[in-house]
Design a protein around this ligand. Structure first.
Ligand code: GTP
Ligand code: MG
Length: 261
């Protein structure tokens, strides 16, 4: 299938990203003119929603907004957006951060692989990928986090915690993200773990992750501690998740792997 034929939605959760979303939208329109954009805003207090309103007026029918009453977290923002995208007939749903950490030029590279790959992961940790403006400590935490999750969960992909990923609608229908209870970085790990258990190959594309230009970082030590515990919880739930996948798809994992590559 040609990528032009695939109706594609880029999902961008926002919490106080007023300075970022205008330039980001322009960058996406330039590098990936075929995609629509869905913002999920959690009642930002810095005027983010007013700017989204301006963007909607400037790009009629191509920019959408889910407005939630308060800061409800990234995981539930993505779940709400996935449901909206599936209900509105999108074939491909892509996660992307608002703070310029994820570059529109890398979105274009991800889109090239989307027609042939049901799951495409933007990866900092394969050749050609990387991070810019990150402290050694932050790099250590992120690399260590992916290695830790890979080892415990038995996944081959190198960048498990990243949130710049593309999903064919069938994958999301098979893995039912609504079942996910993980938050923070583990939400991204659990999406990939579920897709793997459903038999999908996790195809990685190199990306350059750039530290946020504007706005406030929300990284905290408690997030790391939570991730360490939640990966073990996920490993313990492997059997349960496999049963959920079999119930939803009517096929076992081996059969799924054969069907889905
Ligand atoms: N809707 C919504 N968006 C959120 C929430 N928390 C973070 N975001 C957005 O999710 C994206 C990723 O969050 P970031 O805070 O950039 O997370 P990070 O990149 O891991 O860490 P820093 O950039 O260092 O803060 C950004 O676009 C945020 O605005 C939330 O609770 N709700
Ligand atoms: Mg960020």
């Amino acid at each position: 299938m040609q990528s032009a034929a695939l109706k594609t939605l880029v999902i961008i959760p926002t919490y106080n990203e007023a300075d970022n979303i205008g330039p980001l939208t322009e960058g996406i329109r330039q590098h990936a003119p075929g995609v629509d954009i869905l913002f999920v805003d959690d009642n930002s207090q810095d005027g983010t929603q007013a700017i989204i309103g301006d963007l909607q007026a400037a790009h009629t029918g191509r920019v959408h907004l889910i407005s939630r009453p308060g800061k409800l977290g990234l995981g539930t923002a993505y779940v709400a957006a996935f449901k909206w995208g599936l209900a509105n007939g999108y074939d491909v749903l892509i996660e992307m951060d608002a703070d310029h950490s994820h570059r529109p030029e890398d979105l274009a590279e991800i889109l090239k692989l989307v027609p042939s790959s049901p799951v495409v992961i933007g990866s900092r940790y394969i050749p050609g990928g990387g991070t810019r403006n990150w402290s050694r400590f932050r790099q250590f935490i992120s690399r260590g986090g992916s290695l830790y999750a890979r080892t415990i969960l038995g996944l081959k992909a190198r960048d498990l915690t990243g949130g710049f990923n593309a999903w064919h609608r069938q994958v999301l229908e098979d893995i039912d993200p609504d079942q996910i209870r993980s938050e923070g970085y583990t939400f991204q790990v659990e999406l990939k773990f579920r897709a793997h258990l459903a038999g999908y190959a996790l195809r990685e594309v190199p990306i350059l992750f750039v530290e946020r230009r504007a706005g406030q970082s929300k990284m905290a030590g408690s997030i790391v501690a939570e991730a360490i515990y939640r990966i073990w919880l996920l490993a313990a739930q492997r059997g349960l998740i496999e049963r959920q996948v079999v119930e939803r798809t009517g096929r076992n994992q081996g059969a799924a792997a054969t069907v889905r590559r």
